[in-house]
Design a protein around this ligand. Structure first.
Ligand code: AMP
Length: 212
């Protein structure tokens, strides 16, 4: 089973992906997490991606498809939840042909729908651990100690790409480049839309309905 979580930055795709992983015994594949790990490790991929990420722009499709291609070889027919990928029609087409070669297909796309202003508010309250990558939200899921990572005691940071001007840029890019995927998957008959602005548990319940 291959599932895509679609939705703007900050809508809670990562959080919902974690629930679905447990429920469906699936692996989460987040291109954002893979890229951030590459930046932390200082690899060639990380170096070439960092500028795009800091500006809130998309990393070029060929880089992303190369990254996904490698993983798909390793994962084969395991259940996978794609989080933050695909982000352009060209990435979606690339994924379709990658899967086709492996005799597989995308089974379901869950789109989390939310207003831009909710995203701006949520991401402004998001903090990340620069050492381990764990993500907190000062409004909904704060750390135990003020702005300190529960796992390793590192001071949390506001990601460069969670600054308000960058968030607004990311939202514009989302509407222009990623939102067309909603129609792409609707035409394929595999799209389920879920409101993403409730409490985490409410959204989880609604997402779960798509898998009964
Ligand atoms: P995310 O954590 O998914 O919001 O990703 C953070 C940043 O990584 C994005 O703003 C992009 O710069 C980059 N990125 C992540 N996934 C992709 C993708 N599928 N295509 C292009 N850029 C991506």
């Amino acid at each position: 089973m291959k599932i895509i979580l679609l939705g703007p930055p900050g809508v809670g795709k990562g959080t919902q992906a974690k629930f679905l992983m447990d429920r469906l015994s699936a692996v989460q594949l987040s291109t954002g997490d893979l890229l951030r790990a590459a930046v932390r490790e200082g690899t060639e991929l990380g170096k070439s991606a960092k500028g795009y990420m800091d500006r809130g722009e998309l990393v070029p499709d060929d880089v992303i498809l190369g990254l996904i291609g490698e993983r798909m070889q390793e994962l084969g027919d395991k259940a996978v939840i794609f989080d933050g990928f695909p982000r352009t029609v060209s990435q979606a087409e690339g994924l379709d042909s990658l899967l086709e070669r492996l005799n597989l297909q995308v089974d379901k796309v869950v789109e989390l729908v939310v207003d831009d202003e909710v995203v701006v508010e949520r991401l402004g309250a998001r903090r990340s651990c620069p050492a381990c990558g764990r993500v907190y939200n000062l409004m909904f899921a704060p750390p135990e100690r003020d702005e300190i990572c529960d796992d390793d005691g590192t001071k949390l940071i506001l990601r460069d790409d969670d600054q308000e001007s960058v968030i607004r840029n990311r939202l514009q890019i989302y509407h222009k480049q990623t939102e067309p995927l909603s129609e792409y998957y609707q035409k394929a008959g595999i799209l389920v839309q879920v409101p993403g602005d409730g409490k985490v548990d409410e959204v989880r319940e609604k997402v779960a309905v798509a898998f009964v």
